[in-house]
Ligand binder design. Structure first.
Ligand SMILES: [Zn+2]
Ligand SMILES: [Zn+2]
Ligand SMILES: [Zn+2]
Length: 179
C-alpha cells in the first residue's frame, strides 16, 4: 500500500502567474475557516478530523484552524501531488519496507522503478496488481482490479472492526489495559 493517506484537498488548480491556488471541498479558500461540519477540517487539539475526533467540546467551542495546503510530494523524486495507488501489503513489504522506507509516499513511476530494479517485477506479478486509488470503488466494474481491491479492503476493515468490537465486549470494564 502506498499513498494510503487520502488527498486532503481537491486537485490543485493553476492560477496564471500565481502558482497554485486551492479551495477546500466546502468552498473555503486558503487562510479561511472551513464551514462547520466540513470533513476536511483538522482539529488543532488532536490533529484528527474535526468532525469525528474524540475531543469533548463541540467544534464551535474549540480553537479552530484555517484551511491551508501543504502539497504532497513523492519522497523519492519530489513529484508534486503524486496520484495515490494501492498495492498488496506483501508487495509493499517486499519492495519498500525492506528498504526501511515503508512510511514514505511514492509516485507510480518511482514504485515501478524500485520493483524493476529489485527483481524485474517477479514478486509483484504473483501478488496482485497495482491499482490506482481512484479506481478502487464500490461501483467499479465487477471483477475489475479496482473492484476486487475495494472488496478486499472492505472485508478486511470489517473484520478489524468486528474484532475490536468483540475485544471491547469481552474486556472487563475495570481494567482498561492489557492484563
Ligand atoms: Zn472545508
Ligand atoms: Zn480533536
Ligand atoms: Zn517519484
Amino acid at each position: 500500500m502506498t499513498g494510503k493517506r487520502k488527498a486532503p484537498t481537491t486537485p490543485p488548480r493553476r492560477c496564471r502567474g500565481h502558482g497554485f491556488f486551492f479551495e477546500a471541498q466546502c468552498g473555503a479558500k486558503e487562510g479561511e475557516l472551513h464551514r462547520l461540519g466540513c470533513e476536511m477540517e483538522r482539529c488543532p487539539q488532536c490533529e484528527g478530523q474535526s468532525t469525528s475526533c474524540d475531543c469533548p467540546q463541540p467544534l464551535e467551542q474549540r480553537p479552530r484552524a484555517p484551511f491551508m495546503v501543504f502539497p504532497h510530494h513523492c519522497d523519492r523524486c519530489g513529484e508534486e501531488w503524486p496520484e495515490f495507488f494501492n498495492v498488496p501489503d506483501d508487495c509493499w513489504h517486499y519492495y519498500v519496507v525492506r528498504l526501511g522506507q515503508g512510511e514514505k509516499l511514492l509516485c507510480v513511476p518511482c514504485y515501478q522503478t524500485i520493483v524493476n530494479l529489485i527483481d524485474g517485477g517477479a514478486f509483484a506479478s504473483q501478488h496482485g496488481p497495482l491499482v490506482m486509488q481512484d479506481d478502487m470503488r464500490a461501483d467499479a466494474p465487477l471483477g475489475s482490479p479496482g473492484r476486487v481491491r475495494w472488496e478486499e479492503l472492505t472485508a478486511r476493515n470489517k473484520a478489524i472492526y468486528e474484532a475490536q468490537q468483540n475485544a471491547q465486549k469481552d474486556a472487563p470494564t475495570s481494567t482498561p489495559d492489557q492484563p
